[in-house]
Design a protein around this ligand. Structure first.
Ligand code: SF4
Length: 431
């Protein structure tokens, strides 16, 4: 009998990409492929790229080169946002057999099979919500479910709208069905993802947005939890906050991109809110959900960002009730308006500012975790122990990394009493 063909998948970027890579992996397994690590020689390598910064472009190219060195006879298929926007540059990389945009991801497994059989691939577009139910025991406790695709916002630093196109949402009935299949497969946490999640439902008839969807999912449900990925500030309504507050399954956790604390910079970024709006939103969330985690993305060194603009950002972050930060130095994306803006900030200054913001982020994480010393939290135990300490680890509902002293079982939801907080984590025991 022929040996099973092997495939390795390398994924960069957002949770939507991770979710789509999972679907590709499961479909390939159904087609009889054996999934191996990208460090091993494989018959085919799938590189699911990201183009959010120049660094992710570089990493995506490096992954292709590495795959070509690992198995010079293997075929390399490149997909994702970088492949969508820089198809010819990607096609010129060594070993690349096929380049597919995001819209073609649903066809990739079948295309790969035909490619390995020596048949010409078809480039027909597929359903952007193509999905496979994970079968058997999950190797992770958490599943990502893409319910929205596309962005029409065109922030001046971002080219994602060019790669992902217009708003599209997965109908609520299909979301419920997929959640039930994921629960059936044993997943205890489902992260709802989208490129522009707050726009969920905008294109559905009749219109039903994220709050309505969460109400529908949460009604009478228990034994699992739902987490929301990033949502734009202007799309977090009082209704959404109260649905999260009233729900028995939606985690009290919002990831809300800020990008800058300077109103002038926000305006040039094309972001439709100002710093006062952002702070008011955080007040509303913490008034309704005092223990909710609010995380933020923040950018260092946007063109024209002065010392004063940067100080405003740092001050806002220090004063705001934020639990953690994701920091990105500004990166020029050809095709994005800001690439040609005057007063580009020197790399050295961007790095220094990013380092200051990261240190604020560490303080924030420590302070947030410390608030739960002596208190109980619900924690979902992960399937792998912490590499450094050997302890069981998990995340609380409000997204605090927790390390457990006692024995626990993977994929179990436990009540944990926080004992100490350090290194941006909470250490505790099962209550
Ligand atoms: S909202 Fe702005 S930053 Fe986010 S994907 Fe759309 S254009 Fe990019």
């Amino acid at each position: 009998m022929d040996r099973a063909k092997t495939a390795a998948i390398v994924t960069f970027g957002c949770k939507v990409n991770q979710c789509e890579s999972d679907t590709i992996r499961l479909s390939l397994e159904e087609l009889g492929f054996r999934i191996v690590s990208a460090r091993e020689p494989a018959d085919v390598y799938i590189v699911n790229t990201c183009t959010v910064t120049a660094a992710t472009d570089y990493q995506s190219r490096q992954a292709v080169r590495r795959a070509s060195r690992t198995n010079p006879h293997g075929k390399i298929v490149v997909t994702g946002c970088y492949a969508d926007l820089s198809a010819s540059a990607v096609a010129d990389l060594p070993g690349v057999a096929h380049v597919s945009g995001n819209a073609g991801k649903g066809c990739l497994p079948e295309l790969i099979r035909r490619l390995l059989d020596g048949k010409l691939p078809s480039s027909k577009d597929a359903d952007v919500f193509a999905w496979r139910q994970p079968s058997g025991k999950p190797d992770r406790t958490r599943a990502f479910l893409k319910i929205q695709d596309g962005c029409e916002a065109f922030c001046s630093y971002c080219i994602i709208p060019l790669a992902r196109g217009k708003y599209r949402s997965l109908p609520a009935g299909s979301v419920e069905e997929r959640i039930s299949l994921l629960r059936h497969s044993g997943f205890r946490e489902i992260v709802l993802t989208g490129i522009h999640l707050g726009m969920y439902g905008r294109d559905l008839q009749p219109h039903a947005g994220l709050p309505e969807l969460l109400e529908r999912i949460g009604s009478g449900a228990s034994g699992f939890r739902i987490r929301l990925s990033s949502i734009e500030p202007q799309e977090i309504s009082e209704r959404l906050i109260s649905v999260v507050g009233d729900s028995g399954v939606v985690c009290p956790h919002f990831h809300i991109p800020l990008q800058s604390g300077s109103d002038g910079v926000l305006k040039r970024m094309g972001r439709p809110y100002d710093s006062a709006f952002y702070l008011r939103l955080l007040e509303k969330i913490t008034a309704r959900l005092p223990d909710a985690a609010v995380g933020a993305d923040v950018m260092a060194g946007f063109p024209g960002e002065s010392e004063d603009d940067f100080r405003k950002t740092a001050d806002l972050l220090r004063q705001a009730p934020i639990a953690y930060l994701h920091v990105f130095p500004f990166s020029k994306r050809p095709g994005a308006a800001a690439a040609d803006f005057p007063d580009q900030v020197p790399e050295r200054v961007k790095k220094e500012r990013a380092a200051v913001l990261r240190s604020i982020g560490r303080e924030k994480r420590n302070r947030f975790a410390s608030r739960f010393v002596g208190r109980e939290l619900s924690v979902l135990v992960e399937s792998k122990r912490d590499r450094e300490t050997g302890k069981w680890k998990g995340f609380s509902e409000n997204y605090i990394p927790v390390l457990l002293d006692a024995d626990a079982r993977a994929n179990e939801m436990v009540r944990v009493l926080g004992e100490t907080a350090s290194d941006e984590r909470l250490f505790g025991r099962i209550a």
